[in-house]
Design a protein around this ligand. Structure first.
Ligand code: NAP
Ligand code: MG
Length: 401
């Protein structure tokens, strides 16, 4: 069979530990035998980042800007323990954080659904996708403990004056205070990325905040969202999708009753909390994909889980492992399908869909890794090794191609 040719290069970002092992297997068994593709390879394994003083991470991010689509393996974000383990010069920053700030993007998570795994929430039939704003608020806050009576104020000193003051609280005894901020540019980029993503997925967008209480801060988010949606209304109409603003507590309740196929856009803290609620509700981190979308339309696909460190140590000892490769496979197919869409090459898009069909077909036939067994109904009699699962997907893919 002739290989399918991808017109534009794809940026491939390699990573660490068990996911690095999986990544190589996917490439060898599910990608290269079928596709003729120019992969711009960047090794973001932690040792390579150390060797290049992390320059390779910036190079990889620039490459995504240049080519438009990247696929990324999970990577270690080093802490003190990892510095010793891998003899690193320092605790290099999170590669995802670095790439996100270069692309100015938003991360969207989407669960992969199969018939024989029911979400914990009975009403959820289709994916609920979460877009989390990843700048400011609680995560860039300043805070203080107030130990004696006195007042705390917010002071704004414009470069040309005059100064403005706002009383936070007049303390009669001990307490606490916090200052948070956000930026118009960042909120606008977030709104734009959410709109791009929703149009790509053809799903309705919900944005929720608490503007009834926070009439300036949260209302500011709400207003920017409304403006950006208005600017793309024609595209919304064409795609047949809608935008809704809901109060956060209303949205939380509505989401439980909803069948899915929505993008729920959330501010930083709400997104942190609800992305974990939704991930847990759908069942397994091994079945959660994630994509970084920039406001100008660049895409980076990856699994939502980490490097599955414990499994890697077993692998190093020569023990068999049963690590779920589904989210990593969907990182590849997400990138391939997007490339097909952007290049106008339906055969490429179809190939990505076929790989996904092969994966879902295996799971629905009871061919799964160990992590999925407790979630399944009916329960399969046995489970596959890491490589056994990928081999089964490859065999099924060949049969449907
Ligand atoms: P992890 O990789 O998310 O795995 C935590 C546990 O979840 C695993 O030990 C395993 O449970 C289960 N699990 C996660 N993914 C699985 C899969 N695909 N198949 C089967 N089980 C899976 O977190 P970690 O091992 O604590 O973190 C390792 C490294 O990942 C850290 O250095 C962190 O910096 C990095 N990380 C990277 C990213 C990223 O690049 N996007 C994201 C998060 C974390 P059992 O052991 O019970 O089987
Ligand atoms: Mg969280």
């Amino acid at each position: 069979m002739a290989k399918i040719r991808i017109k534009t290069p794809i940026v491939e970002i390699d990573g660490d530990e068990m996911t690095r092992i999986i990544w190589a297997m996917i490439k060898e068994k599910l990608i290269l035998p079928f596709l003729e593709v120019d992969l711009k390879y960047y090794d973001l394994g932690v040792q390579k980042r150390d060797e290049t003083d992390d320059k390779i991470t910036l190079d990889a991010a620039d490459a995504i800007k240049r080519y438009g689509v990247g696929v990324k393996c999970a990577t270690i974000t080093p802490d003190a323990e990892r510095i010793t383990e891998y003899k690193l010069k320092k605790a290099w920053p999170s590669p995802n954080g670095t790439i996100r700030s270069v692309l100015d993007g938003t991360v969207f998570r989407k669960p992969i659904l199969v018939k024989n795994i029911s979400p914990a929430v009975r009403n959820w039939k289709k994916p609920i996708m979460i877009g989390r704003h990843a700048y400011g608020d609680l995560y860039r806050s300043v805070e203080m403990v107030v130990d004696k009576p006195g007042k705390v104020e917010i002071v704004y000193t414009p470069e040309e004056g005059p100064e403005k003051r706002l009383l936070v609280h007049q303390y009669k005894g001990p307490g606490i205070a916090m200052g948070i901020h956000n930026l118009e540019k960042s909120i606008r980029s977030f709104a734009k990325s959410c709109i791009n993503y929703a149009l790509g997925e053809r799903v309705d967008v919900w944005f929720s905040a608490k503007d009834t209480i926070s009439k300036k801060y949260h209302a500011y988010f709400k207003d920017i969202f409304a403006e950006e949606v208005a600017a793309r209304q024609a595209d919304f109409d064409k795609a047949g999708i809608k935008y809704r603003y809901l109060l956060i507590d209303d949205a939380a309740a509505q989401v439980m009753k909803h069948e899915g196929n929505i993008l729920w856009a959330l501010s930083n803290y709400d997104g942190d909390v609800f992305s974990d609620v939704v991930a847990a509700g759908f069942g397994s981190l091994g079945m959660m994909t994630s994509v970084l979308v920039s406001p100008d339309g660049n895409y980076e696909y990856e699994a939502a889980h980490g490097t599955v460190r414990r499994h890697y140590y077993e692998h190093l000892k020569g023990n068999p492992t049963s690590t779920n490769s589904v989210a990593s496979i969907f990182a590849w197919t997400g990138g391939i399908k997007k490339r097909g869409e952007l290049d106008g090459t339906p055969d490429v898009t179809r190939f990505g869909e076929n790989v996904e069909r092969a994966v879902i077909g295996c799971i629905e036939a009871g061919i799964v890794t160990k992590d999925l067994v407790p979630l399944m109904d009916p329960k399969p009699a046995n489970f596959q090794t890491t490589e056994g699962f990928i081999d089964a997907v490859a065999a099924r893919l060949k049969s449907i191609m």
